[in-house]
Design a protein. Structure first.
Length: 272
């Protein structure tokens, strides 16, 4: 009830409460008000207010069950609603909020940091600086995957981004590895980079379950466009058996795998 009380006194304009789907259409995000808000704490209260109004207990229970061990609070706000909030916030003065202490942020507030960064109109150098600050906050697969897909600026700066990702790999953790792999999957599966991508994936020694699953997922996505190249990697003796087995399983689960390839992948999986 605290955040609903806060909603009555802050300048963040919110209309009716959200509907059963968690849609944000019924909430008005007043851009003119956001510019007037100081100090930083009021911006936090505004975000928390809107998250509280969009919270869905059933969705929260479902989403939390998919992220075991998560330490942050989860409101249970659906991704389309978060993206709409992020798009509005990205048009405002969000930089101070982005760089503020995140230790008490909810799952959704950290997610919003990534979504705002993906929506903001900023120079590549600034984007890279903020991204470097965001990566250590990524501590689960959902944050990683939902944020990475929105970083489309990378496609305009692939070579600079490639060097940036190499730097991230110098400090390997379970989720920094997944971040790099998913970024490459989302933004580098093109003819000019496919060989470099597959070489990089092959050299990664995954540090945990979610790094393994990230690699397996990425191989299965790359296989759709580059089946022979991925096949060659999966047959490499140096690749982790867990990654090979999981990648084969995901390729077999895809409806886009042809019968000929399905037979070959199935045989490879049985040998693993």
């Amino acid at each position: 009830m605290l955040f609903f009380s806060v909603c009555k006194i802050i300048t963040y304009a919110v209309g009716e409460t959200s509907d059963e789907t968690g849609s944000v259409d019924s909430c008005r995000f007043e851009n003119t008000h956001l510019k007037k808000i100081e100090p930083l704490e009021k911006i936090r209260q505004q975000l928390q207010c809107q998250l509280a109004m969009l919270a869905d207990d059933k969705y929260q229970s479902f989403a939390a069950s998919l992220i075991p061990g998560m330490q942050r609070r989860m409101w249970g706000v659906r991704l389309p609603a978060l993206r709409k909030i992020a798009q509005k916030l990205a048009c405002e003065d969000w930089q101070e909020w982005f760089r503020s202490d995140s230790s008490n942020d909810s799952f959704e507030e950290v997610m919003l940091r990534g979504m705002v960064l993906g929506s903001a109109k900023i120079d590549w150098e600034i984007f890279q600086q903020y991204l470097l600050e965001l990566v250590p906050l990524i501590d689960n697969w959902s944050l990683c995957d939902s944020c990475c897909v929105g970083f489309t600026m990378v496609r305009e700066h692939r070579e600079e981004a490639w060097l940036f990702l190499q730097e991230i790999l110098q400090r390997p953790t379970e989720f920094s590895q997944r971040f790099v792999v998913v970024m490459m999957m989302d933004h580098f599966l093109v003819d000019e980079y496919i060989e470099r991508v597959l070489t990089e994936w092959r050299q990664i020694s995954p540090q945990g379950y979610y790094a393994i699953m990230g690699l397996a997922w990425a191989y299965s996505v790359a296989f759709v466009k580059y089946p022979q190249q991925v096949w060659d990697v999966l047959n490499d003796a140096g690749i982790s058996q867990q990654v090979r087995r999981m990648a084969c399983q995901k390729i077999l689960e895809s409806r886009r795998t042809t019968p000929v390839w399905r037979e070959k992948i199935s045989a490879l999986r049985k040998k693993t």
